[in-house]
Design a protein around this ligand. Structure first.
Ligand code: SF4
Length: 339
């Protein structure tokens, strides 16, 4: 068992975990909401340190990150656990087992072994992904520091509900992040995810304007839950005005899963309406993912309107970008190592 970081003692042997915005107060012998941090005799421990429950070499486009080292592979892993309770979770056996059944499975691996493997398979980066990386913070931080020394980039794929302290601790070692902005109402965040909207919005601004990590945002569009024109109007306004028009926004199609089996898949009309709204608000890079046939996953130059990166599935092909500029008109194509 690894002693946790980012916690403080309270009265009577209790502790407060300061890793995410739940700030759980945990009594002796108990665990936090995520189910992977336990108070053992007045000390907080990370129970999932080095317990790798999912591991793959993925295209970076799968995270999704479309403007960060396109065409490269990222060594991706996760432990079990999550600090949210999304009823539509598409990775629920990985994310919810520790809190639902106290099960924390995984193959033992040290940060050294993970980085060695990433180098061996010639990955350009390591991604902390699949579940919520905030809850395997210690493992992520130790691995990211080693990866940095080997010249690898570090990527988080996150729900954005971590604490400010957590972000500050990770600031020197993370290069890019994709954050799920699940909706734009407090009711949805609270009832369907067990979290809150405001900390996520504050973190998005902090990541973009203070930390300077490369940021892309994803919204899973769920019919009847978060796809009203009014809500999407507010969400796209926020992205365009407070985060910035050069931030890529990925719109993703819902399919029934976990505890939300009574809601249909997202229709193409709803996806394209959200796409148009994002573009009308001035967002330069809007994408529709996991919807073959819509042809809205390519990068269009904001200057001349020509296609500069073509994508098929998770593969980027025929890039017409050189040193971050459109080959046709010279306009900036925002991102990191964009050809
Ligand atoms: S990571 Fe979040 S949910 Fe887990 S114990 Fe800490 S504050 Fe609670």
């Amino acid at each position: 068992m690894q002693e946790a970081r980012l916690w403080k003692p309270l009265k009577n042997g209790s502790v407060q975990c300061r890793l995410c915005n739940h700030y759980c107060a945990i009594k002796p012998g108990e665990r936090g909401k995520c189910g992977v941090r336990e108070n053992n005799d007045g000390t907080l421990y990370s129970l999932n340190y080095g317990k790798i429950a999912a591991i793959n070499l993925d295209p970076v486009e799968k995270k999704p990150l479309y403007h960060f080292q396109p065409g490269t592979r990222t060594f991706s892993f996760a432990t079990m656990g999550c600090n949210l309770r999304c009823t539509f979770c598409q990775n629920w056996s990985l994310s919810q087992s520790p809190s639902e059944s106290r099960r924390i499975d995984g193959r033992d691996a040290t940060p050294e072994q993970l980085v060695e493997e990433a180098v061996r398979v010639k990955a350009a980066s390591i991604s902390y992904t699949y579940s919520e990386p905030t809850i395997f913070f210690e493992l992520m931080q130790d691995t990211a520091k080693l990866a940095r020394k080997e010249g690898l980039k570090n990527i988080m794929v996150s729900n954005g509900f971590m604490s400010r302290e957590c972000l500050d601790e990770l600031a020197p070692d993370i290069d890019a992040i994709n954050v799920d902005l699940k909706c734009f109402t407090e009711e949805f965040y609270h009832e369907i995810s067990g979290a809150h909207l405001k900390p996520v919005l504050e973190n998005l601004k902090y990541i973009k304007h203070t930390l300077g990590w490369w940021l892309e945002v994803t919204t899973l569009l769920i019919p009847g839950k978060n796809d009203s024109p009014e809500e999407l109007d507010e969400l796209t306004n926020f992205l365009a005005k407070e985060i910035g028009p050069d931030t890529p926004w990925h719109i993703s199609r819902f399919h029934p899963d976990y505890k939300m089996n009574n809601v249909p898949v997202t229709g193409s009309d709803s996806l394209t309406a959200a796409y148009r709204m994002g573009r009308e608000k001035g967002l330069k890079y809007v994408y529709i993912g996991n919807m073959p046939g819509l042809d809205m996953q390519h990068t269009i130059c904001p200057g001349c309107g020509k296609e500069v990166i073509n994508r098929s599935g998770f593969t980027s092909t025929r890039p017409s970008v050189t040193k971050g500029q459109c080959d046709f008109c010279g306009e900036t194509i925002h991102g990191i190592e964009m050809g």
